[in-house]
Design a binder for this molecule. Structure first.
Ligand SMILES: [Zn+2]
Length: 751
């Protein structure tokens, strides 16, 4: 079989930094057959053995422990034998080989190695203690939770180059994309996210690997469970106690967005709806991860944690080293909880769309307080009741949180009298974010939030409020400018980096670039720049959560005026910035990109920067910057790489994605206007000539997001009609179009 360059099968990568070669197998979903003859059906499990012949100086890893097996094949080659696995599915097979650097050792008698390519050795060594501490703590917690012992003979974690997925749960040998080894010290939010991914993949060792879905329609179950457990176990077992706020802000909005697009689908599709692996690939989406995990969190609110875990353990022991279905799991959970959960699942997992919970109060003493329910799902929620603090009307203090059960078909639920007597300033539906729903406010509550959102004491309450504001903007019920006003009022005092990052990101990428009429964009960028400057000005001692790092990234991306450019140039020249002592390569590239977009650096400076950073990440960054330069030559050259005729050496998908990301810039709308109508026919052409994988990269990373205009929509609709796209590509494009329609609605209402 040939080596792969697209991440599917046995991927081969040569490190630009030192010329070393690295291999890793990614067998999911149906790519094991690109490495050896295999059935690609998840319930056909087998013990797998492998023998590897490779350069003597290499490290070889796999699902089973690899042992050198003499004699040497040749002077410079050696042979390894990988221990036979227990029965596993073919999509979970891996081999990792190359001159890998390693750290780690053993835990509880099991190999616990960490691996990176040599050019990232310094980064791995810097972060190894943290990664290993998280790994050990989560492992010990899972051993407490699960009755089944750890099922495999090792727990290696390899950070491999150019992995398409974020990480893959290969039994005994998890692979991570090596961007998780942050070349600059990661922000708090990035390190927390990495910790969650570690905990997520580890949950799969039991749920997914020990017991596997019988067919691809239950991909969601494996991913929802691992996502739920990843956040839960990380917050229980490590210092990342804010993990659920991160879920609320960084993951759940994607679930809500996906659930309101035409392509939405029930969390749990039937087997006939997922006929093949191409359809299954589409299941690795925000419904499966974000909504599915939120649904499981809500399920635990109904069953309680002990019954939930008892049901899970029953399921794992009944089906160990085999496969099972959602009904098998519901049977186990129903027995353990004493409640028939099939009816709950029919409402939550077999239907699509988002319910809405709205609070109402009329403000009269002893007047009624209500939760109005639109939708068909049952909810266990908390309603937060807040009063204005005496002496400081902007401060909101919690009176109580009332548990409320909303039955599936209930239209209204009355709140207890203590919740509305005396009338509170704010009723916050779904306080604590335990359910998955839209929330809406009565005018009195919204007024209290407008003045006091930032003063809600619990980050999860603030997360619910910020998500509600985002949702109101997307639904055209709150002008986009008002969101910027909320941000200006409440972010300067924010202490949670996940909240600051989510709010700044939505304001910058969605509101400024897509929702505001173009004439208002410059003022919005200037406001964002000023706000980030304020946050960056905090004393180090006042910033335990890492807000300054988030603000620094936001500031760079919002620079637009000559003075802003001068500030970035001075940082680049000095090699220092206020957020951290050293300007490392990642930050340097972020600044160079912004300066390139604004035409404040040229090709020569990009090449000089690339010369100082020969890593793969540096090469990708340079490609992004070249494509972002505001000249017709630069645009035409990037366009040729994206859509040009077949090239003998197809760029890696990372390289292609970087070029595509650089190409379209809202700041250059006039310059790239002529390319927008050409994008759609070119995409259809590429899908035929260079394959759907290349076309998917160009839709994910190369869609003209900034071009919010009716003409773009018309061109897209024409380009899509009749194009020979496979289902997964058609859906990616349809989702982009739906976002474009929404942006058109919001921006025309904001004009
Ligand atoms: Zn997963």
């Amino acid at each position: 079989m040939a080596y792969a360059r697209d991440g599917a099968g046995l991927h081969r990568f040569t490190d630009a930094a030192d010329g070393e070669t690295y291999l890793a197998v990614h067998a999911g979903l149906d790519n094991a057959q690109r490495v050896f003859a295999a059935f690609d059906q998840p319930d056909l499990k087998a013990a797998i053995t492998a023998t590897v012949v490779a350069p003597r100086s290499w490290t070889v890893l796999g699902n089973g422990v690899a042992r050198p097996a003499g004699p040497f094949v040749a002077a410079d080659r050696a042979r390894w034998e990988l221990a036979a696995t227990p029965p596993i599915s073919s999509y979970l097979f891996t081999i990792v080989a190359g001159p890998y650097h390693s750290a780690g050792g053993e835990h509880r008698g099991i190999p616990f190695g960490l691996y990176s390519r040599r050019s990232l050795a310094g980064v791995l060594d810097r972060d190894a203690d943290e990664i290993l501490a998280i790994t050990r703590a989560c492992f010990d917690r899972y051993l407490e939770i699960f009755a089944e012992p750890y099922p495999f003979d090792s727990y290696d974690q390899a950070f491999v180059p150019e992995l398409e997925a974020g990480a893959v749960e290969n039994p005994g040998c998890v692979t991570f994309r090596d961007e998780f080894l942050f070349t600059s010290p990661g922000t708090q939010a990035e390190r927390q996210f990495r910790g969650m991914v570690i905990a997520h993949e580890m949950a799969h060792m039991w749920f997914g690997d020990l017991v596997t879905m019988a067919w691809w329609n239950d991909v969601w179950l494996s991913e929802s469970f691992a996502t739920y457990m990843g956040f839960q176990v990380l917050s229980e077992a490590t210092g990342f106690t804010g993990a659920w706020a991160d879920f609320a802000l960084a993951r759940k909005p994607h679930g809500y967005d996906a659930d309101q697009r035409p392509s939405t689908h029930p969390v749990a599709p039937g087997p006939a709806e997922v006929p093949d692996t191409d359809a299954a690939l589409s299941s690795y989406d925000d419904i499966s991860y974000a909504k599915g995990a939120a649904a499981l969190r809500q399920l635990v609110a109904w069953t309680g944690w002990p019954a939930f875990i008892a049901g899970i353990n029953d399921y794992l022991s009944r089906h160990r080293f085999g496969s099972a279905t959602l009904d098998d799991l519901l049977d186990c959970l129903s027995r353990a909880s004493g409640a028939d959960l099939h009816a709950w699942a029919a409402r939550w997992l077999r239907t699509s769309g988002v319910d809405t919970l709205a609070v109402r109060q009329d403000g009269r003493p002893a007047g009624p307080g209500l939760v109005a329910h639109a939708g068909g799902r049952p909810h266990q929620v908390w309603i937060g009741v807040y009063d204005r603090a005496p002496g400081d009307a902007a401060e909101l203090v919690v009176r109580a949180r009332f548990p409320v059960t909303v039955q599936a078909d209930a239209g209204e639920v009355a709140l207890p009298p203590a919740a509305v007597e005396p009338p509170p300033a704010l009723l916050l539906p779904n306080d604590g974010d335990v359910s998955y729903c839209k929330v809406r406010f009565d005018p009195r509550s919204w007024a209290a939030l407008t003045s006091g959102l930032g003063r809600l004491p619990d980050p999860l309450s603030r997360a619910v409020a910020w998500n509600a504001a985002r949702d109101l903007v997307r639904d055209g019920e709150l002008p986009a400018r008002r969101y910027l006003g909320l941000m200006a009022a409440h972010l300067p005092a924010e202490t949670d980096a996940a909240i600051a990052g989510a709010v700044l990101g939505f304001a910058r990428r969605t509101i400024a670039d897509r929702y505001l009429p173009r004439p208002q964009r410059g003022a919005a960028l200037a406001d964002l720049f000023g706000l980030c400057e304020t946050l960056l000005g905090r004393a180090a001692g006042e910033d335990p959560g890492g807000i300054r790092q988030v603000a620094g990234h936001g500031l760079i991306d919002s620079a637009s005026r000559p003075d802003d450019v001068a500030m970035l140039r001075s940082w680049l020249g000095a090699g220092r910035w206020p957020g951290r002592p050293d300007l490392d390569s990642r930050l340097r590239w972020q600044i160079v990109l912004r300066l390139a977009v604004l035409g404040a650096v040229g090709r020569a400076e990009i090449e000089r920067e690339a010369g100082q950073d020969p890593t793969a990440a540096g090469q990708h960054s340079a490609a992004r910057c070249r494509a972002a330069l505001p000249g017709l030559d630069a645009k035409q050259s990037a366009w040729t790489q994206m859509f040009g005729p077949d090239v003998a050496d197809e760029p890696s998908s990372y390289q292609l994605a970087a070029t595509a990301e650089g190409f379209w810039q809202a700041d250059q709308a006039d310059l790239v206007a002529g390319y927008v109508p050409r994008y759609f026919p070119a995409l259809a052409d590429v899908a035929v000539r260079r394959g759907p994988a290349v076309a998917r990269v160009l839709v994910k990373h190369g869609f003209p997001h900034h071009a919010v205009a009716a003409a773009t929509l018309r061109a897209a609709e024409q380009g899509q009609a009749g194009a020979p796209f496979p289902a997964s590509l058609r859906r990616l494009l349809a989702d982009q179009l739906d976002d474009l329609r929404r942006a058109l609605n919001v921006s025309s209402a904001s004009g």
